[in-house]
Design a protein around this ligand. Structure first.
Ligand code: SF4
Length: 702
C-alpha cells in the first residue's frame, strides 16, 4: 500500500464464508485487493477467487443501459413499462399471477425492499430466491429441530474441535478459506481428526484422516446408524436430553433397526470404517459436523439435516466451543436472504406467514396496505407456474434460471412463452436476459453499498469502491422506483442506510429479548454509523451488553419451539430408487475451485479460467473401460430431459455408477454443456429444494 491509496473495507461477493476484503483504491481509480486482517471470518486470508477480484472489474460484457424488446430505452420508459405491466397483470389475474425470482447475490437491503413490495403491497408471497437451490433443506431442518432457522455455531469451532465431520462438503473448493482455517488447525493440533463423508473423493479429502465414499443418497442411513450406536454405547447426554429436548424416543425408534451391518449395506462403506467413525463420534468430546450441498440438494435433504442434528442433540454436542452441527451456505448472502424474508414461505426477520400476530407486526412496520397470508411459489414451482400460465409476469433479479434451475431446457421454454419477463442483471448477455422483454442494468460488486450475512451469522458491509458502470443502478433503487410507479407509497428511501435502519427496527418488534434473529441495536443507526459498521453477529439486541465473544446458540438449551425444547425428528430412510437400465448413472453436479455460478464474473479472469478451461465429467476407470470411453474423449450424458456433451475425466476419485459434472458452463459459453438441463423437477417435500445431485443419466462415447 502507498500513501496515496485509500483503503475501503468490504466483503467478498462469492461464497458464504464471507471473507473481509481490503480494497486499495488509487487516485487514478486503480484497485488492488487483499484480505482484511481484521475481519473475523478470514483474518487476512483470501482464496484464489477472492484474490482475483480486481481482475474482474471490467466493463466487458456489462449491461450499460435499460433495454425494451432488445432496443435501448431510457430508465423512465423501461420502469414505467414494468410497473404498468405488473399492475395490469395483477388487475386482470390477481396478485398471484406475478412473481419475483431473486438471488443470494443480492444485498440484504435489496432483498428487504423486494420482499416488502411483493408481500406487503402486491399482496402475494410469490418471491423466492435461488438460495432455495442451495440451503432450503437446512432452513427447514433447523426450524423442525430448533423452532427457528438458527446456525448454532461459529467458525472458531472448526479450529477447537477434536473431530470434524465434513458431509457432502468439498470445503477446499467451495469454502476455501474455511478449509485453510481447518488445515492450519490440523497443522497445529495433529490429533484433530477430520473425516470426509462424500460419494466422491475431492481436494478436501487430502486433508482428512479418512474418506467414507458412501453411496449417493445414503446419508440418512449413516446417521440413523450413528444414533443407535451412540445409544448402545451409552454416549447419550441424558441431562441435556432430559432438560432441553423432546422426541428422543421417536427418533431412536426410527433408528433402532440400523445395525452397522445394515448401514454398510445401505451406504456401500465397509463396516470397520463405519464403526471407526461411530467410535470417534462417541468418544471425542468436541465434535463439529459441517454439511453443505451434498446434504441439502436432495429430495430427502431435510431428513438428512435432521438425522445429523439428532446425533448432536442426543449427545449434547451443540452450541459449545468446538461442538455443533454447522450448515455452510453457498452464496455470499444466502443467509441474509433467509433473515430478511427472501423465501416464499416466510416473512421478514424470521417471522412466519401463518402467524396472524407476526403478519400484523410486519404489516404495520411496513405501513403496507395488505400482507400475504399463505406461502408463495417456491423456485421450482414458480417456473412450473410460468410454464402453465398461472404466472404471467415475472421479474428475475441477479439470477440465471435458464441455466441453473432443474429442467433448464423446460425453464427456458417457459420463459420464452411467458407474456412478460423482466431481468435485472449486471451482465448484458446471459441465457436468461436473452428471454426478457425488459432488461435493467444493475450495479455489481464494487459499485454498490449494503450488507451481507455469512454462514456464522456475521453481518458485514459491502462498500462501493467506484461508480456504477453506464446507467446501472443498485437493485434496491430499481425496485423502489417500480413500486412508486405502481402507485405504492413509502418506497422513498434515499440510501441503503435508511433501509437497514427500518429492517433493524423490525427485527426488535417481536418478543424483544427472547428472539433468535434480532439486530435492533442498529435501529437508530445514522448514515455515519452505517458507513463505519463493523462486522457483527446476531443476535445484537438493543440494550444488550456488548460482547466481542463469538455468539453460539443452544449450549444451555433455550430453543425457539413453544416449549423451548429442541425436537429430535424421526427420519425414516428412503433408499434411492433402483437404477433403470437406460439411465444407469447418478449425476452429481457441483462447483469447481476457480469459478463461480454461471461464470459471469470469474469467467473474465484469464488466471481463473486457466485452472479448468472446459466442461468435463468425472467417471470411474472401470465404467469408462466398460463403455469404451478413453480419457479426455468426448462423452454424451442424456436422459428424457436433455443431453450434454462433456470431456471425460477418468479418475478413481469417482465411485462406480456415478459421475460428476460442474454446472458453471452456460449455453452462451458451451451450448451443449448445461448440465442442469438433465436434473429433474422433484423436490424435497418439506423444503422444496430440488435434488440437484440425484439425476439419473446414461453415458456414451460421443
Ligand atoms: Fe471469497 Fe469464499 Fe474465497 Fe473467502 S473463501 S475469498 S468469501 S470465495
Amino acid at each position: 500500500m502507498n500513501a496515496t491509496q485509500k483503503v475501503i473495507r468490504t466483503t467478498c461477493p462469492y461464497c458464504g464464508t464471507g471473507c473481509g476484503v481490503k480494497a486499495l483504491v488509487s487516485p487514478t481509480g486503480a484497485i488492488e485487493i487483499c484480505g482484511d486482517d481484521e475481519h473475523p471470518a478470514n483474518f487476512g486470508r483470501l482464496c484464489v477467487k477472492g484474490a482475483a477480484l480486481a481482475e474482474t472489474l471490467t466493463e466487458e460484457g456489462r449491461l450499460l443501459h435499460p433495454k425494451v424488446n432488445g432496443a435501448r430505452a431510457d430508465w423512465e420508459t423501461a420502469l414505467r413499462l414494468v410497473a404498468d405491466r405488473f399492475r395490469e397483470t395483477i388487475a386482470a389475474h390477481g396478485p398471484d399471477a406475478v412473481a419475483f425470482y431473486v438471488s443470494g447475490q443480492m444485498l440484504t437491503e435489496d432483498y428487504y425492499v423486494a420482499n416488502r413490495l411483493m408481500k406487503g403491497f402486491i399482496g402475494s408471497a410469490n418471491i423466492d430466491t435461488n438460495s432455495r437451490l442451495c440451503m432450503a433443506s437446512s432452513v427447514a431442518g433447523h426450524k423442525r429441530a430448533f423452532g427457528a432457522d438458527v446456525v448454532p455455531n461459529v467458525y472458531e469451532d472448526l479450529e477447537t474441535a477434536d473431530l470434524v465431520l465434513l458431509v457432502g462438503s468439498n470445503l477446499a473448493w467451495c469454502h476455501p478459506v474455511l478449509y485453510q482455517r481447518l488445515e492450519a488447525a490440523k497443522a497445529r493440533r495433529p490429533d484433530l481428526r477430520i473425516i470426509d463423508i462424500d460419494p466422491r473423493r475431492t481436494a478436501t479429502s487430502e486433508l482428512c484422516d479418512a474418506h467414507l465414499a458412501l453411496a449417493p443418497g445414503s446419508d440418512v442411513a449413516l446417521f440413523l446408524g450413528l444414533l443407535t450406536y451412540l445409544d448402545r454405547v451409552g454416549a447419550c447426554d441424558h441431562d441435556y436430553v432430559a432438560r432441553h429436548t423432546s422426541g428422543v424416543e421417536t427418533a431412536l425408534a426410527a433408528a433402532k433397526p440400523w445395525s452397522i451391518g445394515d448401514v454398510a449395506r445401505a451406504t456401500g462403506v465397509v463396516a470397520s470404517e463405519i464403526e471407526a467413525l461411530y467410535a470417534l463420534f462417541a468418544t471425542r468430546e468436541r465434535v463439529v459436523t459441517v454439511y453443505s450441498q451434498g446434504v441439502n440438494q436432495s429430495v430427502h435433504g431435510t431428513d438428512k439435516v435432521n438425522a445429523i442434528l439428532n446425533c448432536h442433540l442426543f449427545t449434547g454436542r451443540i452450541g459449545k466451543p468446538g461442538s455443533g452441527p454447522f450448515s455452510v451456505t453457498g452464496q455470499p448472502n444466502a443467509m441474509g436472504g433467509r433473515e430478511v424474508g427472501g423465501l416464499a414461505n416466510q416473512l421478514a426477520c424470521h417471522m412466519e406467514l401463518d402467524d396472524p400476530h407476526h403478519r400484523a407486526i410486519v404489516q404495520s412496520h411496513w405501513r403496507a396496505p395488505t400482507i400475504a397470508d399463505r406461502p408463495g411459489l417456491k423456485a421450482v414451482e414458480m417456473f412450473d407456474a410460468v410454464r402453465d400460465g398461472r404466472v404471467r409476469a415475472i421479474w428475475i433479479i441477479g439470477a440465471n434460471p435458464a441455466v441453473s434451475l432443474p429442467q433448464a431446457d423446460v425453464v427456458r421454454a417457459a420463459l420464452a412463452a411467458c407474456p412478460f419477463v423482466v431481468v435485472s442483471d449486471a451482465m448484458e448477455h446471459t441465457d436468461t436476459t436473452a428471454l426478457a422483454s425488459v432488461v435493467l442494468p444493475a450495479q455489481a460488486w464494487s459499485e454498490k453499498d449494503g450488507t451481507v450475512t455469512n454462514s456464522e451469522r456475521r453481518i458485514s458491509r459491502q462498500r462501493a469502491l467506484r461508480k456504477g458502470v453506464g446507467e446501472s443502478l443498485p437493485d434496491w433503487r430499481i425496485i423502489c422506483r417500480v413500486a412508486t410507479l405502481m402507485g405504492f407509497e413509502g418506497f422513498d428511501y434515499q440510501t441503503p442506510a435508511d433501509i437497514f435502519r427500518e429492517y433493524a427496527a423490525l427485527s426488535g418488534r417481536l418478543n424483544h429479548g427472547a428472539r433468535d434473529f434480532d439486530i435492533s441495536v442498529h435501529e437508530e443507526a445514522t448514515q455515519a454509523d452505517y458507513d463505519r459498521l463493523a462486522p457483527f453477529q446476531w443476535p445484537s439486541r438493543k440494550g444488550a451488553r456488548k460482547s466481542s465473544e463469538a455468539k453460539r446458540f443452544f449450549g444451555r438449551g433455550g430453543f425457539f419451539t413453544p416449549d423451548r425444547r429442541a425436537r429430535l425428528v424421526a427420519t425414516p430412510y428412503v433408499a434411492p430408487a433402483p437404477h433403470e437400465q437406460h439411465t444407469p448413472f447418478v449425476l452429481n453436479t457441483g462447483r469447481i475451485r476457480d469459478q463461480w455460478h454461471t461464470m459471469t464474473r470469474t469467467g473474465v479472469s484469464p488466471r481463473l479460467s486457466r485452472h479448468i478451461a472446459e466442461p468435463f465429467v468425472e467417471i470411474h476407470p472401470a465404467d469408462a473401460e466398460a463403455l469404451r470411453i478413453a480419457p479426455a474423449s468426448l462423452v454424451r450424458l442424456s436422459n428424457a430431459r436433455g443431453a450434454v456433451v462433456l470431456r471425460a475425466l477418468v479418475t478413481e476419485r469417482q465411485r462406480r455408477g456415478a459421475v460428476f459434472a460442474p454446472f458453471h458452463w452456460t449455453g452462451l459459453l458451451a451450448s451443449a454443456a448445461r448440465v442442469d438441463a438433465l436434473v429433474g423437477a422433484a423436490t424435497d417435500p418439506v423444503s422444496g429444494q430440488p435434488g440437484l445431485k440425484e439425476a439419473r443419466v446414461t453415458v456414451v462415447p460421443f
